[in-house]
Design a protein around this ligand. Structure first.
Ligand code: FAD
Ligand code: NAD
Length: 475
């Protein structure tokens, strides 16, 4: 069977499925091919994000946060829980699975309502924008398109001498599925996944030790935020060992022996489960046939220009498979931009204003430049910060940890970076993104009315503090 489309998208994660829907909305005859299947063996579009990434991890973060709060925070509100508080791990996992299924089913519905042809199978780009497809039933077919969008996503990086077995040594997928709380959980990599999933199992009762190769925590974040985060995680009992490299991990009698090189020499630690979270790499193996003209670089990423064009005519690539941050919203915006460009519109994405969020407690969020990046680039800047402890809302909530820090150009006052650690940082960062997208200044934020009492008042006060005129702190 052969079929010709305006657009074929290979990969149905947040980059690919969003590109397909937008292309279809713009009147293009569109197909999306995604090979993933859910636990029930049925098609599960939505990629890493919906199936084994953003969504299930947030479901567990929220469940474990409730459990932790019942035990440790409700009493300060006068809420007394008599008797023991128990966590039904299977119920927690079932809730997560239900949310995943609802969302992947939602993507299938969106494909139908937008008339996107969805094929649950594996796609391979051939020469001249032909695509070989093997569907989940093993049926092979060839399709072709005016444009092909590659959105094959990413997979976890493995490290030497540490072999995943899916039970004792796991990646993110395994760490979302522990059916019991491990007594001792080791995590290689104190990055985003390590901190989020380490927090989940810590709150549920595991002893969690994180081995981080670098000497500083969250090296990509602003240094003040990284330091504040380190202090908070330490208070929570996360044992983060910086400057520690894992040499090997061995499974023996249901335990994992982790051998380490630490700043003080060789060491070893025994844990019950080991999560490897040392980063992800583009998933491009087997994606391309001969002579497609698409260039893959040494990091296995598909090479693209600023418009996500590959080196082959009318072949585009988006999401984790290309350069830039590996974030769902970045991939989705690229998908939209490419679909719009194909349809003759001015598709656009600004990688300088992609926000980052880490969903720990406190949450961490930022956009734009860090203080260290500005210093290194020799940019003259001013900064203003404000602690949540000085906000009425933070205190009323009983969640007043952290701060907002803003960086602005010293001459023009243009907002160059915003860094937040605290409750709802994930939501608060949005107004800073908007300000930066509109080339706004710290003064713009300072002159906007912010509702009282809200946590957003900390953003307002930090903006006032750039000009050293915050009201509720000594400047
Ligand atoms: P993917 O989501 O990886 O999707 C690609 C899809 O293509 C997959 O389903 C794959 O099976 C399929 N595929 C690949 N090759 C082929 C082929 N040849 N044929 C057919 N199908 C193919 N990001 C955030 O922004 N916020 C978060 O909170 C967040 N949390 C995360 C938590 C975890 C534990 C992990 C692992 C990641 C998280 N991320 C988060 C990152 C986010 O999941 C990715 O950035 C995002 O999923 C990338 O989207 P994508 O569409 O490029 O690729
Ligand atoms: P990461 O890049 O965030 O962190 C990996 C950490 O492992 C780094 O701190 C690195 O220094 C360390 N490391 C690397 N090799 C090591 C080694 N051999 N021994 C010890 N430490 C080592 O990667 P991740 O946590 O695996 O997450 C992958 C990506 O997924 C993230 O970068 C992000 O793009 C995405 N993600 C996003 C979110 C979110 O947006 N909230 C959540 C999870 C994942």
């Amino acid at each position: 069977m052969s079929d010709h489309f305006d657009v074929i998208v290979i990969g149905g994660g947040p980059a690919g499925y969003v590109a397909a829907i937008r292309a279809a909305q713009l009147g293009l005859k569109t197909a999306c091919i995604d090979e993933r299947q859910g636990k029930d063996g049925k098609a599960a579009p939505g990629g890493t994000c919906l199936n084994v990434g953003c969504i299930p991890s947030k479901a567990l973060l929220d469940s474990s946060k409730h459990y932790h709060h019942v035990q440790h925070q409700y009493s300060e509100h006068g809420i007394q829980v008599s008797g023991q508080v128990n966590m039904d791990i299977n119920a927690m996992l079932a809730r997560k699975d239900k949310i995943v299924k609802q969302l992947t089913g939602g993507v299938t519905q969106l494909f139908k309502s937008n008339k996107v042809t969805f094929i649950n199978g594996r796609g391979k780009l051939l020469k001249d924008r032909k695509v070989a497809v093997t569907d989940s039933g093993g049926q092979a077919q060839e399709m072709s398109a005016e444009h092909v969008i590659l959105a094959s996503g990413s997979i976890p990086i493995a490290i030497p001498n540490v072999d995943y077995d899916g039970r004792y040594i796991v990646d993110n997928e395994g760490a979302l599925e522990f059916s019991q709380v491990p007594q001792r959980l080791g995590v290689i990599g104190a990055g985003v996944i390590g901190l989020e999933l380490g927090s989940v199992w810590k709150r549920l009762g595991a002893e969690v030790v994180l081995f981080e190769a670098l000497d500083s925590l969250l090296a990509a974040a602003d240094k003040d935020i990284g330091k504040a985060a380190g202090r908070e995680f330490k208070k929570q009992g996360l044992d983060i060992r910086l400057g520690t490299k894992v040499q090997s991990a061995e499974i023996n009698n249901g335990e994992v022996l982790v051998k380490l090189t630490t700043p003080d020499g060789e060491d070893s630690v025994t844990v019950d489960r080991l999560l490897v979270a040392v980063g992800r790499r583009a998933n491009t193996e087997g994606l391309l046939g001969e002579d497609t003209g698409v260039t893959i670089n040494q990091r296995q990423q598909i090479e693209v220009d600023e418009h996500c064009r590959t080196s082959a005519e009318n072949v585009w690539a988006v999401g984790d498979a290309v350069r830039g941050p590996m974030l769902a919203h970045k991939g989705s915006e690229e998908g939209i931009a490419v679909a719009e460009t194909i349809a003759g519109q001015a598709g656009h994405i600004n990688l300088d204003t992609v926000p980052w969020v880490i969903y720990t407690d406190p949450e961490i969020a930022w956009v734009g430049k860090t203080e260290q990046e500005l210093s290194e680039a020799g940019v003259e800047y001013t900064s203003g910060s404000f602690p949540f402890a000085a906000t009425g809302r933070g205190l009323a909530m009983g969640d007043a940890t952290g701060m907002v820090k803003l960086l602005a150009d010293a001459e023009t006052d243009r907002l160059l970076g915003a860094h937040i650690i605290g409750a709802n940082a994930s939501e608060l960062i949005a107004e800073c993104v908007v300000t930066m997208e509109f080339a706004g200044c710290a003064e713009d934020l300072a002159r906007i009315v912010h509702a009282h009492p809200t946590l957003s008042e900390a953003v307002h006060e930090a903006a006032l503090n750039v000009a050293k005129r915050a009201i509720h702190r000594v400047n």
